[in-house]
Structures are given as structure tokens and as C-alpha cells.
Design a protein around this ligand. Sequence first.
Ligand SMILES: NC(=O)c1ccc[n+]([C@@H]2O[C@H](COP(=O)([O-])OP(=O)(O)OC[C@H]3O[C@@H](n4cnc5c(N)ncnc54)[C@H](O)[C@@H]3O)[C@@H](O)[C@H]2O)c1
Length: 251
Amino acid sequence: MEKQPKRIIVTGAASGIGRAIALSLAQQGHWVAAADLKAPQATVDAIVTQGGRALAIAADVTDGAQVRAMVAACIDALGGLEGLVNNAGMYSSIVPRPFEQIDLQQWRQLFEVNVFGLVTCCQAVVPHMKAAGGGRIVNIISGTPFRGIPFMLHYVASKGAVLGITRSLARELGSAKILVNGVAPGFTLSEGVMDNPVQLEKLREISKNARSLARDQVPADVVGAVDFFMSEGSAFITGQTLLVDGGAHFH
Ligand SMILES: NC(=O)c1ccc[n+]([C@@H]2O[C@H](COP(=O)([O-])OP(=O)(O)OC[C@H]3O[C@@H](n4cnc5c(N)ncnc54)[C@H](O)[C@@H]3O)[C@@H](O)[C@H]2O)c1
């Protein structure tokens, strides 16, 4: 349990990695504003059942007004805001294909969520964190820009952008005591991924075999790194990205 629990927004908290992160942060004693396209009531019910405090919010991260309303709802219900986990993203619905078959409309759609949605969330929380004297932002990135993988160029590029944003925002916000770090999971068997037979067939075995710890990765594997970046133990760490992939890549 953290001595000083934070009030933390987790985007994309209805399922997969985001849901696991929300549950784990709550177990650390943090208060969680769980946000998703539809209010993730099941995530909040699970947190409340385990004795935690949480709030479900419907918010599309690509919609500035909804994002600002999400931040206002968190502050209103929980009394403040010290943390943001940018987890909402488009990944599990992607069908791998050669780059010349990924048209610019698909690139724009992906960047809209994975990059501009994340920037919108950061822009909405930072003024409150500045006013409160600091805060924590954790971006869920991906191992793919470290490795450079084929057939998902738009996705890899979007996460590469988030890696750069994480580093540059950390520099820009250090004076405001806002820490910005990234967590980069390997191929993870979230519910969304389990529903995508093409991804499973193409990526499951190859990802497993590339790991030092050669097993499947599940959402629960990712949460410890996020807990750490929200904890007092990481108070002097910013601009870093921790690869959580069973030792597939070292950086
Ligand atoms: N699963 C993997 O292999 C893997 C690996 C590395 C990184 N990631 C990243 O982890 C994050 C979560 O991945 P996942 O596999 O759990 O995904 P998922 O598809 O299972 O869940 C993503 C969640 O984000 C929500 N979401 C999507 N668009 C949204 C929007 N515009 N506004 C608000 N919420 C939105 C969805 O409703 C869903 O609940 C993503 O950022 C993904 O890129 C996933």
C-alpha cells in the first residue's frame, strides 16, 4: 500500500491491459477514475469489491470536450488529480498488412487515438497538476518501436511518437514536478488480442520465442511497472520507458 495514495485517471480501462492497471493501482491504495468509450462499470465494481475506491467515466480520448469533462468528473468526485495513465489505444483490432496496403486514412485513424488522444489527455490534466504542485503521467507504449516490426507501420510509428513525447514532455514538465514515464509491453494476450485470430497466429509464437522468459505475456505482467511509476520509489525518475516483455529487448 502506498503511504500517499494518488487520484489517477486510467484511460481504456474497460478491458485488457487498462483494466488490469486500474485494478492494480486500486490495490496499491490509489483512487481510480476508470475511463473508456463506455463507462467501465465492471472495472469499477471489481475495484469496489476488493475494497477500493473508483469512478467510471465515459470518455472518447479523441474528443477534447469529453476529455475535459473526464478530468472535471475525476476532480469533482475524487477531490483532485495526481496521476494519468494513457492506456487507451488502437492495437488489437489491427490486421497486419504490408505498408503499401495501409492507406493514409488508416494512418490518420490510428494517430487520432494513439497520439492525438494521448496529447489531448495530457493537455487536459497538466494545468491541474501544475496547480497542485506536481503529478505523474505514465504512457503505455509498445516494444514495437524498439524492435522495428513489419506489417503494422502505422502502429509502430504511433508508438514511436509516444516514446518521443514521453521524453520531451518529461523535460518540459520537470520544473512543474510532473514526471512522465512510459511502459512498453510486448505482445500481450488482452481480451482484444484474443479476439484477433490473425494477430494470434502471426505474433503469439514468434513473440514467445523471442523472450528470455519464453512464455505468453498477459495483462497482469504489465501492472507492476505502472504501479512503480506511480509510487514514491520512482520520485526521481522521469522520461524513461521500461520494457515489460520478458526480456525480448534490452534498452
Ligand atoms: N496487447 C498488446 O499486445 C499490446 C502490446 C503493447 C502495447 N499495447 C498497448 O496497450 C494498450 C492497451 O492494449 P490492449 O491490448 O489492452 O487493448 P484492448 O484493445 O484490449 O483495449 C483497449 C481499450 O481502449 C479503449 N479505447 C479504444 N479507443 C478509445 C478511445 N478513443 N477513447 C477511449 N478509450 C478507447 C477500448 O475500448 C478498450 O477498452 C494500448 O495502448 C496498446 O497499444 C498492447
